[in-house]
Design a protein around this ligand. Structure first.
Ligand code: KG4
Ligand code: ZN
Length: 343
């Protein structure tokens, strides 16, 4: 296939992001990208407010696209297709990105490609390194926590997922209870670095249950109880943070080991499968290094996108769009936003 240049737009949560990516026989190359975060808009509320997010996307999207093209050194007429996240996510934001991509598609006569946000995360490790299909993916973000066997484009097998909160959601809600601000994940990780992970006894939900179901809502409640049990000094906040992060780590390591053994069973004995962690929580260094250690024990190659491609970004959407376009796929102008859209 000839090289393709695709502009990708991501607006499903609280970052307005775009990227221009070139896909050729050597794989993907990101030519330029811009991420405009909305932390300031949502900080006072301690979480993402959908209405505020939609308005901020509407205000920023055109500029983000313009700056992305400029940073890429690519003019609109050089773009072969326009990809945008179609869901899952906050529908107001999704519509902004989608309508921008559709408008650019109409104006230039080039295809529009709707992309599942989760597919973007699932393919994101291939942006920076060679990771062959099939691989085991742990997708841990603010809205999702699931194990996927990624067999190829359009071929994803969900092996298990959380039955209640996502891991990032548990990080954000616990951080809020502990007064650590927004976004909670990185703040809680910083506090945990100063704390003692054995200080507070927290549950490891569903650890003794076979299979890959996970649950994090109880952990968040336990953090609330611990925060009320004693005065919340800085030391106490750090101890609870460290204990919380350790509980998440233990659950994810245990469940990932189970997932690895499931994947291993279906592969030839000499296969060298890869394990990939992706999504915003994949930025957490404690989790990353624990899972890296697990890979060594279980004989999996470890892969993780660089931090900027763990959290929401336009590059992963451009890449998924380019792969679809390379197969001759495109979407109709009547494609609707899908707030819920399992992979
Ligand atoms: O993938 P992402 O940017 O957006 C979604 O698709 O949800 O993930 C955002 C989530 C938030 O819950 C945030 O608190 C969490 O990822 N996160 C972290 C860290 N950095 C971001 N959680 C734990 N440790 C981190 N360092
Ligand atoms: Zn995401």
């Amino acid at each position: 296939t000839p090289p393709l240049t695709v502009l990708g737009i991501e607006t499903s949560c609280d970052e307005t992001a775009a990227a221009v990516l070139r896909l050729d026989a050597n794989g993907p190359t990101v030519l330029g990208e811009v991420v405009a975060s909305q932390f300031d808009e949502h900080r006072d509320y301690g979480g993402v407010v959908p209405e505020i997010a939609a308005r901020a996307h509407a205000e920023k999207c055109d500029d983000v696209v313009r700056e992305t093209l400029k940073a890429s050194g690519v003019s609109l007429s050089d773009v072969d297709g326009f990809a945008a996240t179609t869901g899952p996510g906050l529908v107001g934001g999704v519509m902004v990105g989608m309508m921008t991509a559709k408008a650019l598609s109409i104006a230039t006569g080039k295809p529009f490609i709707g992309v599942n946000h989760l597919e973007g995360h699932a393919l994101s490790p291939r942006l920076s390194e060679t990771v062959d299909f099939p691989y085991l993916l742990l997708l841990v973000s603010g809205g999702h926590c699931q194990f996927l066997r990624v067999n190829g484009l359009n071929d994803y097998q969900r092996l298990g997922s959380t039955i209640d909160d996502a891991v990032g959601e548990a990080f954000d809600k616990s951080a809020k209870v502990l007064g650590l601000g927004f976004p909670g994940g990185p703040a809680l990780e910083r506090a945990a670095a100063e704390g003692d992970e054995t200080a507070v006894k927290l549950p490891r939900p569903l650890l003794d249950r076979p299979g890959l179901d996970m649950s994090f809502a109880g952990l968040k409640t336990a953090v609330l109880r611990a925060s009320e049990a004693e005065p919340l000094t800085r030391e106490r906040v750090c101890d609870i943070s460290a204990s919380f992060q350790a509980a998440i780590r233990d659950v994810l390591v245990h469940k990932t080991r189970t997932a690895m053994q499931m994947v291993r069973r279906d592969l030839p004995s000499d296969a060298q499968p890869a394990f990939v962690i992706a999504g915003g929580v994949g930025a957490n260094k404690t989790l990353r290094s624990a899972l890296q250690g697990l890979c060594e024990e279980e004989g999996f190659a470890f892969a993780a996108p660089p931090l900027k491609w763990c959290t929401d970004n336009g590059a992963m959407i451009a890449y998924a769009g380019a792969m679809r376009l390379a197969l001759g796929e495109q979407s109709g102008m009547d494609l609707a936003a899908r707030p819920r859209w399992p992979l």
